[in-house]
Design a protein around this ligand. Structure first.
Ligand SMILES: [Mg+2]
Length: 261
């Protein structure tokens, strides 16, 4: 009986002290990341590092990168084919719809969409090419584009359909060159984007050697000069939404696979 009493007493103290540490003095795990990493104690955890890299990319702190870091191939691959990419895309597109429906839509209201990784997905291609770890291969990528079988990004297609229902006109501005205009139109229709006001492809005689920011700003300016009001502008690259004439609101879709300035 005495032994049981002692065990009970010790157990009570242990439980009480645990509660004290966890609840009254804050949780150690919240403070731990603020400690300086020193010497051998600063463990390198690949997944955490790659998450930070992806956040840096999406926040446009990490810029002008050529390829995904080699050690992040598995992390980026899992992100792209898993639920998180889909969920992130859904959040962005949903915000677009919630905004659009607050507006009184007129005949001159347009929504600008980029194409690659915004309305169409090249994920089947990138899954075969290291999810951005391999350097860009123009020949191989163009062959994929010419096949015209890129699937839609489902969450963007939902936004597209809702915008069309609201009476918003759709304008695509893509960095794809004019020679890929027909296959792009075909692919968009196959993917479910059945109508649009304009499909603007890049005239390389004007914009050859210019950045996407310059090209897309200039094309949006023309649209506004024609009398359109850009109520929303969606792209996976910061160069889709930076510059001038960016529209009433911009929407950045996730893309940790490649960077276009
Ligand atoms: Mg794009």
């Amino acid at each position: 009986m005495k032994l049981i009493s002692i065990i009970f007493f010790v157990a009570t103290i242990l439980i009480a002290s645990n509660e004290c540490d966890g609840l009254e003095h804050g949780s150690n795990y919240q403070i731990f990341p603020l400690r300086m990493k020193s010497g051998l104690g600063g463990h390198y955890i690949p997944d955490v590092s790659c998450q930070s890299w992806r956040l840096g990319v999406e926040a446009h702190n990490v810029i002008n990168w050529k390829t995904v870091p080699q050690e992040c191939e598995t992390y980026i691959g899992n992100y792209m084919v898993g639920d998180q990419y889909r969920s992130d895309s859904k959040t962005v597109n949903r915000e677009g719809y919630l905004y659009a429906r607050t507006l009184n839509i007129t005949n001159y209201d347009i929504w600008v969409f980029d194409v690659d990784e915004t309305t169409l997905s090249n994920l089947p291609y990138y899954a075969q090419h290291g999810f951005g770890v391999e350097p860009y291969n123009e020949t191989a990528f163009n062959a994929w584009v010419e096949s015209g079988v890129a699937p839609p990004l489902p969450e963007t297609l939902k936004l597209y359909n809702k915008l069309v229902s609201l009476g918003v006109k759709i304008v695509f501005i893509t960095g794809r060159p004019q020679k890929q205009r027909d296959i792009t139109a075909y692919n968009l229709k196959q993917a479910g984007y059945y109508k649009w006001e304009k499909l603007i492809t890049k005239d390389t005689s004007i914009y050859g050697g210019k950045t996407a920011v310059t090209y897309k700003s200039s094309e949006r300016k023309k649209l506004e000069e024609e009398g359109y009001r850009i109520i929303g502008n969606s792209g996976d690259q910061w160069s889709d939404i930076l510059g001038t004439n960016t529209g009433l609101r911009t929407y950045k879709l996730p893309d940790p696979v490649y960077y276009i300035s």
